[in-house]
Design a protein around this ligand. Structure first.
Ligand code: FMN
Length: 480
């Protein structure tokens, strides 16, 4: 492992030294001196909106493991991950993981798919999660579980043969990265109409499986997100904001008409940057853009504060159409991973982060707070807290206590140390040896066709057959 460019969070042994580091970076983050526990603690308070009630302020963010069966069902590895989500103590499970609505929309041949054949397995897996929660905490009536529905669009790779991208519009910088050379990959309007119907039908299946809400995924460069920046697309799904949100609105209308009891949430990349690439020395650098760049939703200058005008306009639309639950995230793991999941060590297809990862954490936290201030009636679940490591609970409490977000979502930390919420809420000392140090193996493994999991810190994955293959891949990459 190459020496990191930035000081490790674990090297700040006291809150004061961490505060000094933030000050030296010019980063402001809310940070409580002590984390409270007990029923009145800020992180222990229930969260209620739109007929859903989650018993505390921790959420588990959606995370795929690239470990479903070829026909789209969960495997034992998938079930293990969901059981651990149940044991975490978080009362909101935001989406579980991205589940494709159709085979062609899978991001990898092992992504889960929801259809008539797989719905029984998804039902069972949701029940496993709740049983695990009951086993640890004695009840599950205050747990909200949603399912994330997606079409992977530009990042579709449904079969072992390789990528099979389907796109919203021709992109000046990303087309060559996924080897698109003609308009053939573009969805035509009629195909998007049909896809809306599929989303609506799959949402009805999710309700049948017992999920209380579906997340109509609009983040990370997948189809829903790409449509939001389809300014150059002609026709009914491109150009104006009204057209660019037609896909989402039509799905929402369809769900309301067919499955009115099902609640709807949206995971949204609230800002974006131009794609980054590895420069000769490995450090990420924004691609050079000639002329005006219109292919981003929430275009934010590299290294700058989040630009929120696009998200602001979209959230006004959410309020108008009655979507109350929003999970904020940013950018894409494919073309600007450092803003999406800040990490000290890049994944194999990434680059050395061009900024201290804490800057990326703060950018997402402040973006969420800015949007919460503008849309106080919406419920906001924030992301990108994992890199805070030891100080995650102090920041999480301060954020929730001061209303900068309603719930704190945990991604990678839930792979290494899922019971962190339970430990925090019970006032137990953090298990430091289980804290995620952002080695990015959970991304490097699937980028190389292996299952995702925490190989460095979860003994189960450390002992997994694929750990050896991963080690070899990383060694080869270092020699290059
Ligand atoms: C292995 C892995 C799989 C992920 N899969 C999904 C996914 O299926 N859907 C999604 O919206 N985000 C996904 N994400 C992004 C996370 O939900 C989260 O936004 C990101 O890891 C930042 O949060 P963190 O700092 O707590 O890790 C994934 C992240 C990782 C590391």
């Amino acid at each position: 492992m190459a020496a990191p460019r930035y000081p490790r969070v674990a090297s700040f042994k006291t809150l004061d030294s961490f505060r000094q580091h933030l000050a030296a970076l010019g980063v402001t983050l809310p940070l409580d001196d002590a984390v409270a526990h007990g029923n009145d603690a800020p992180l222990a308070r229930p969260l209620e909106a739109d007929g859903l009630r989650a018993g505390n302020r921790f959420a588990i963010l959606p995370m795929e493991g690239w470990d479903g069966t070829l026909d789209g069902r969960p495997s034992e590895l998938t079930e293990r991950r969901w059981r651990r989500f149940g044991e975490s103590g978080a009362k909101l499970i935001w989406g579980g993981e991205a589940v494709a609505v159709r085979h062609d929309g899978r991001a990898n041949p092992n992504q889960l798919v929801i259809n008539d054949d797989t719905v029984g397995s998804l039902t069972a897996m949701r029940e496993m999660l709740l049983a695990a929660h009951r086993g640890s905490f004695g009840r599950d009536d205050d747990v909200v579980v949603g399912l994330q529905l997606t079409h992977s669009g530009r990042y579709s790779r449904p079969d072992a043969g390789g990528p099979h991208p389907r796109i919203a519009y021709r992109h000046p910088l990303l087309d060559c990265r996924v080897k698109i050379a003609s308009d053939a990959a573009c969805f035509i309007d009629d195909e998007l109409d049909r896809l809306v119907e599929i989303f609506v039908a799959r949402a009805a299946l999710a309700a049948r499986a017992g999920f209380q809400f579906v997340d109509i995924k609009h983040c990370h460069g997948y189809l829903g997100h790409e449509l939001l920046s389809a300014r150059s697309r002609p026709g009914r799904y491109g150009g104006s904001l009204e057209n660019r949100t037609r896909f989402l609105r039509s799905i929402v209308e369809g769900i309301r008409a067919t499955t009115p009891q099902l609640r709807i949430g949206v995971r949204l990349s609230v800002f974006d940057m131009v794609p980054f690439r590895d420069t000769g020395d490995g450090i990420g650098e924004p691609e050079r853009v000639s002329g005006e760049y219109t292919s981003a939703f929430g275009l934010t200058p590299a290294g700058g504060d989040a630009v929120l005008d696009d998200a602001d306009a979209l959230l006004a639309e959410f309020e108008r159409i009655g979507i109350s639950w929003v999970c904020t995230t940013a950018g894409s793991p494919y073309y600007n991973p450092h803003i999406q999941r800040p990490a000290l060590f890049p994944p194999s297809d990434g680059y050395t982060p061009p900024e201290d990862p804490i800057v990326g954490v703060a950018r997402q936290i402040h973006a969420t707070a800015g949007l919460k201030a503008r849309h106080p009636r919406l419920v906001f679940v924030g992301s990108a807290y994992t890199y805070l490591q030891e100080w995650l609970p102090n920041v999480a409490q301060a954020v929730v206590r001061t209303g900068m977000a309603d719930s704190v979502g945990l991604g990678r930390m839930a792979l290494t140390y899922p019971e962190l919420p339970a430990d925090v809420l019970a006032g137990r000392k953090l298990q430091r040896q289980r804290v995620c140090r952002t080695f990015s193996d959970c991304t490097t493994a699937p980028r190389n066709g292996l299952v995702s999991g925490c190989y460095p810190l979860d003994p189960f994955y450390a002992a997994h057959d694929q750990a050896i293959a991963l080690k070899e891949i990383k060694e080869r990459a270092r020699e290059r």
